[in-house]
Design a binder for this molecule. Structure first.
Ligand code: MTE
Length: 318
């Protein structure tokens, strides 16, 4: 079983990299991305797994060196499938990402239960390469496929009372067997201020490396907010709720002295049990001498997001 998965990972990555080269060559030859747009229809995004023909390339993170598909899909935090990094890849096959519904509720005019295909269909899928920094002080670079969260939220017409957006993961002990254990308070919950949610960097993700999301990475729908620690990037979302007050997110509820609401990447604010000044690059260096680098404020996305926190004490509001 493992061997088969490994072969699949390798093949998929090779296809992906070929496609990237093809796009680069096409660009050089003057064949615009419009060619790809012509094939784009996010309505078909769930059929067959491949998203390459349905997404457009963007400039986000083009200069970054990618982690491999194997690294991204074999070193995961998804406590619904176990607490070790290897567990999700082994155990998440019990998750059934299709069909999938998302309930939209609270302070908005268009509440309802939406089939995921309808939910995503109106938008152009985009590929965006983002840095990913876990609160545990490791990092990766991941080519996500998704839609801007702002576009997806605006359609529900949030009211003036919608100050926060709260996301919930599926609660289903059959599909997510570790929900039978009291490791965390289930379901996993995360939230953003409405301004953070509407920031152009915030992405609702349905794929990576040009394919639909593998189960262990949060299929079929997850949040990606690259200037925040990884735990804000909630997986397998079934509920989006607009509300006036700040929610208690799962990790804050678990240990409020260690994990806050904002969770902005910040090398100057250490975790009570370890430093946040540096990060270990997954796949870099060796086991005995891992490659590290300095962590940047807002994970390097300060130009895009620093204005969201003007006047806010980032030490108190960690
Ligand atoms: N979402 C759910 N539902 N359950 C989780 O355990 N872990 C979080 C986040 N989203 C988690 C979750 C943490 S701690 C991290 S670092 C990222 O997912 C990991 O995402 P990845 O496995 O795709 O790298």
């Amino acid at each position: 079983m493992m061997k088969k998965i490994t072969e699949y990972f390798v093949t998929s990555e090779a296809h992906y990299l070929n496609r990237r080269n093809f796009i680069k060559q096409s660009a050089r030859l003057g064949v615009g991305l419009a060619t790809f747009r012509a094939f784009s229809s996010s309505a078909e995004w769930m059929q067959g797994g491949g998203l390459s023909d349905k997404m457009i390339s963007t400039d986000y993170g083009k200069e970054l060196a990618l982690n491999s598909f194997k690294e991204i899909t074999n070193y995961n935090n998804f406590y619904e499938f176990g607490t070790s990094k290897r567990n999700p890849a082994k155990n998440a096959h019990t998750l059934k990402p299709k069909p999938w519904h998302v309930k939209v509720s609270g302070e908005c005019l268009k509440q309802g239960d939406y089939d995921l295909e309808d939910f995503i269909a109106p938008y152009q899928l985009e590929e965006r390469i983002y840095r990913f920094r876990c609160v545990e002080a490791w990092s990766m670079v991941i080519p996500w496929v998704g839609v801007p969260l702002a576009s997806a939220l605006k359609i529900f017409q949030p009211t003036s009372k919608a100050k926060y957006v709260v996301f919930k993961t599926l609660l289903d002990k059959t599909q997510m067997p570790w929900q039978n254990r009291p490791t965390l308070d289930w379901p996993y919950i995360e939230g953003l201020t409405i301004a953070e949610a509407m920031n152009p960097l915030s992405l609702l993700v349905v794929g990576l490396y040009g394919k639909t999301l593998p189960n262990q990475n949060g299929a079929p729908l997850r949040l990606v907010v690259p200037w925040k620690y990884g735990f804000k990037n909630i997986k397998s979302i079934v509920s989006i709720h607009f509300q006036e007050t700040a929610p208690l997110n799962t990790w804050q509820g678990q240990a409020s002295s260690e994990y806050g609401f904002y969770a902005n990447v910040n090398p100057a604010v250490d975790h009570p049990r370890w430093s946040q000044a540096r990060e270990r690059i997954i796949g870099g260096g060796s086991f005995f001498s891992p490659e590290k680098r300095k962590t940047k404020l807002f994970n390097g996305y300060g130009n895009e997001v620093a204005h969201l926190y003007t006047g806010l004490d980032l030490v108190k509001n960690f």
